[in-house]
Design a protein. Sequence first.
Length: 105
Amino acid sequence: MSPDSQDSITPTPRERELMMLIARGLQNKNIAYELKISENTVRAHIGNIMRKYRLQNRTQIAIIYALKAAPLALRRALTRSGASPATVKPAQVLAQDPLVPTAPE
């Protein structure tokens, strides 16, 4: 996958829901209950999200979701700041369409 192709990756509506619940700190069993799916399905969705965005853990999923939910001005400031290797992935993800509507600036 080329670096440019990551810009076109967007989460499915179900992945968005799951990312929100992970960001809220819910455990897999609670996510399964909320979404009325099995824990195995939750684990499958988490695995898909981590592969899709090349993430290593659910904390990174929560960070990505939180950054997407941040006001546009904050997201722009974060992407303009000197990016270290640790912040490259979130900055790339921020360049995509937002997961949730943002407040007007």
